[in-house]
Design a protein around this ligand. Structure first.
Ligand code: THG
Length: 292
């Protein structure tokens, strides 16, 4: 799997301040640490960046490229900032992201075409968040059709079904899995990605990795191509790199209907199994799901 490090983002206190002060040190150190941890792409999340976003994106891309050749995922909703990043990115970058909102789609696709970039197709439509897997599938078909019309090949398109927190709506959690199971049929050749940490937004900090890792394993069953992840969750990185096949197998067997004998599992396995039950919608989410 291709891993995109989420850690350079304006919401983080140290990185937010470094971006604001144009102080490259903390950002460049984080870049080195993310690479050391094993990530393939660096997500540069500067948020909506309404004022001066182009100048900020130009600055951060150059600061990052001073210490690495890794490809960048340019994460902003500001199209002017996006173009500023594309202009200076050296290694084929990833546009993160282009939604299906009518005023966003066409200009976004033109940018991707002009800079020959990879692009994330975010399944956010004219009416906002899709309600279920079918609405997501219709968005995929629509997105891919328009991209192809613009001259963008499927191989450049990374579909993002939009992961939402398990504490908010379990049906959306299931819908993303279902969409992933349909993707190869409805959009052959397209790739996929998700914001992995979205699933655990709003849950106690120390418990977030269990949700992130288990949901990643579930999406991997249907060929998840890449994910935007916390670079410093070492177990998650190991799982993504195929180093924990027994845990992956346990969760996948549960998805196929197997009910493991909980008493026979070790503590780590039991945590994955309990989390899988929650994410499959078989038991209700609460902050104490691992205790039950
Ligand atoms: N899809 C796409 N792009 C995305 C997302 C997505 N980009 C943004 C986001 N979702 C993925 N990136 C993050 C980055 C940080 C966190 C979650 C997702 C996060 N951070 C911690 C927090 O807020 O508590 C810690 C912040 C810190 O570093 O201090 O949860 O879905 N295409």
């Amino acid at each position: 799997m291709i891993l995109i490090g989420e850690n350079i983002n304006i919401m983080s206190q140290t990185i937010g301040a470094a971006l604001k002060e144009r102080n490259p040190g903390p950002i460049q150190q984080l870049v080195r640490d993310e690479i050391e941890a094993g990530i393939d792409y660096l997500d540069l999340n500067i948020g909506p960046a309404r004022k001066g976003g182009d100048e900020l994106m130009d600055w951060v891309v150059n600061a990052v490229q001073a210490v690495t050749d890794k490809p960048l995922s340019l994460d902003t909703t500001n199209p002017v900032a996006m173009e500023a990043g594309l202009k200076v990115a050296k290694n084929k970058p990833l546009i993160n992201s282009i939604s299906l909102q009518p005023d966003r789609l066409e200009p976004g696709l033109q940018l991707a075409k002009r800079y020959n970039a990879n692009l994330i197709g975010l399944l956010w439509g004219a009416e906002g968040m899709p309600r279920d897997a079918n609405e997501r599938a219709m968005h995929v078909v629509d997105f891919v059709y328009k991209a192809n019309e613009t001259g963008i090949p499927n191989e450049h398109i990374w579909i993002d079904p939009i992961v939402s927190p398990v504490s908010v709506e379990i049906n959306q959690v299931k819908a993303c899995i279902e969409l992933m199971s349909m993707l190869a049929d409805i959009a052959p050749g397209c790739k996929s990605t998700v914001g992995m940490s979205n699933i655990s937004n709003g849950t106690p900090h120390n418990l977030r990795p269990w949700l992130n890792r288990t949901y990643m394993i579930m999406l991997m069953k249907y060929g998840l191509y890449s994910a935007i992840v916390d670079a410093f969750d070492t177990d998650l990185i190991k799982i993504a790199k195929g180093e924990r096949p027994e845990i992956v197998s346990l969760v996948h067997r549960m998805m196929e209907g197997e009910k493991p004998d909980m008493a026979a599992l070790n503590e780590e396995e039991a945590r994955y199994a309990k989390t899988a039950r929650v994410l499959m919608g078989e038991s209700l989410y609460s902050h104490s799901w691992l205790e039950i």
